[in-house]
Structure formats: structure tokens, C-alpha cells
Design a protein around this ligand. Sequence first.
Ligand SMILES: [Zn+2]
Length: 344
Amino acid sequence: MASLLARAFRTIGKFSLATSIGMGLVASDALAQQATPSPGSAKAVFGAVTLPTQGAPQSIGFYAKGCLAGAVALPADGPTWQAMRPSRNRRWGRPETIGLLERLSRDAAKNDGWPGLLVGDISQPRGGPMINGHASHQIGLDADVWLTPMPRRKMTAEEREAMPFTTMLAKDKFLTINDKVWTPAHARLLMRAASYPEVERIFVNPAIKKKMCETWTGDRSNLGKLRPEYGHDSHFHIRLRCPPGSVGCTGQAPVAAGDGCDKSLAWWFGPEPWAKPKPSTKPPVKPREVMVADLPKACQAVLAAPSAASARSAASGDKAAGVSAETDAMPVSGDTPPGQIPQQ
Ligand SMILES: [Zn+2]
């Protein structure tokens, strides 16, 4: 394994080349994020909704093409979590997702030396595409968690907006973990998240996956759930499978058997992902914006459905037992690290 990856490293060769290409990718992603969605586009319409629908939770469509009814919110604060970037209003999800995050936060604090979770984006109040940052997170079954432990004190809203991301990658090396920031507690947190049967995938940077492959000495039966994906170096992305009986939720193919510490991982370090596309003789096709009509039909009904009376009444405290909730719906803004590829 190690030698396979080492060989892949040698293949990529020039670090400076990879770096410049990498920076190009980041720059173009930033440009894409600056583009303002047209009025009527699915991003604009779903991004403007501040409250979920009433009624039972329903995930409609696929992680990267769908919407969400009956969402509940993760409370901004819990004993072992704090929700980040509050102005985005993306703390909404299926009750299963919210419950899983709360459980992970408790279990990790109790067992893994991880004092609590900083929770990033989950979904918008009615799911759907987001104005910036993610291709997926559309049906309430995806959630981002920071790879930074929760501080002991309660952060202010301003601090939660401004706190910078901390990358786990070394700045001067190609796709390599910075051992000054990475700790065994990070590894335990990831494997804790992977241990729940309802979690189907966890997206992490290829360098993090490689580190886990090389260093995890415990039970490796859930290691295959850790899926390499660029970005995801300051947060990881938890994806739940469609809950049993959730009609209309389009699942994803199960992950391949094994721990994934093989040539499928080495690929991410090789030249192929960085290769320039072959010049085409055809004129480039400008990608068309996704409109509401491009989503499953039921998403139009989700948009038209009556709102929950308030964010507070829709929050998990009123729908799930035993959790108190304090939420305020706020306008959506902000940015997110690039690199969400949902098909993985
Ligand atoms: Zn994500």
C-alpha cells in the first residue's frame, strides 16, 4: 500500500506543477461561486426560503438533485456541539441526520478525546441546491463537521462567522498531512462517525484517507466508508443512507467492499486527476443553470407547501424527543471550501 502510493507520488513528480494546477482549480471554483444565480433558478429559489415545510420528513430525489420536506434544525448549541456560520441558515436536515450529529458529538466527547463538534452546513430549510459551496446537501442527509475541536467556551455568532478553517494539509507538500495539526483524536472521531450503520459514506481529503490507511490499528471494517475527495481537508462530510421506508429518496450504490487503501486511493495522487483535458474541436458548451423544473416534480410542491410557524417550532426540540432548541432563521450568505463531488 505504502509503496503503491509512493510510486504514485513519483509519477506526479513536480510538486510545483501540481501546486499551480491546484491553485488554478481553486481559483476557478472561487469564480464559479461568485456567479449570481439567475432569478427563478433552483439555487435562487431554494436559497431564499427561510423556513421548512410542516409535516413529516421526506427526502425527495438524490443528494445532488432534490429537496427536503419536514426538516428540523440542529440547535445552535448543545452540550457537545456548536453550529457554525449561523448566517447561512443551513442547520436543517432530516431528524435522523440531526440525531446522528448529536449522538456523534456525545460519543466522541465521551470516548474519543474530542471535546465537541463544530458543525458546518447541513441543508437549507427545504433542501435543494445552494447558492454557493456544495453540489450535494440537497435532501437533508449530508452534514459537514469541522476537523477543529469545539472550544470549551460558547462562541459568539460573530466568532462563528469569522473563525477560519484549519487545513490538515502541510502547506509546502503535495497532498500530505501536517502532523503538527493532525492528532490521533482526529482519527478516532472519523472512525466513530463511520461506525454508525446509518452512515454510508464520509468524504475526506485523499491525504487524510492515506493517513488513516497507514496509521489506523483498530477495527478496519468501516474504513472503506472513508471516501477520498479533494477539498475536505478542514472538514469532513457525513452522508447518511436513505432511511428505511423513505419513499422518493434515491439512494447511492453501496461502497465497494474492503478498506479502500488500494489503487483506488493511489489514483488521487497520480497524474490523471490533474491532467489537462484534451483540446476539443467542438465549441465549449456553457453548463445550463439548474431550474426548479429540473428537480423531481414533488419539489415544486415542497416549495409551495405552508411553512412551519417559526424556526423555533420547526426545530428538533419540538419534533424529536429530549432536545431543547433555540433557532432563528437568517438569510443565506457565506462561502465554503470547494470540492464536493457527490457521485463518489
Ligand atoms: Zn459537505
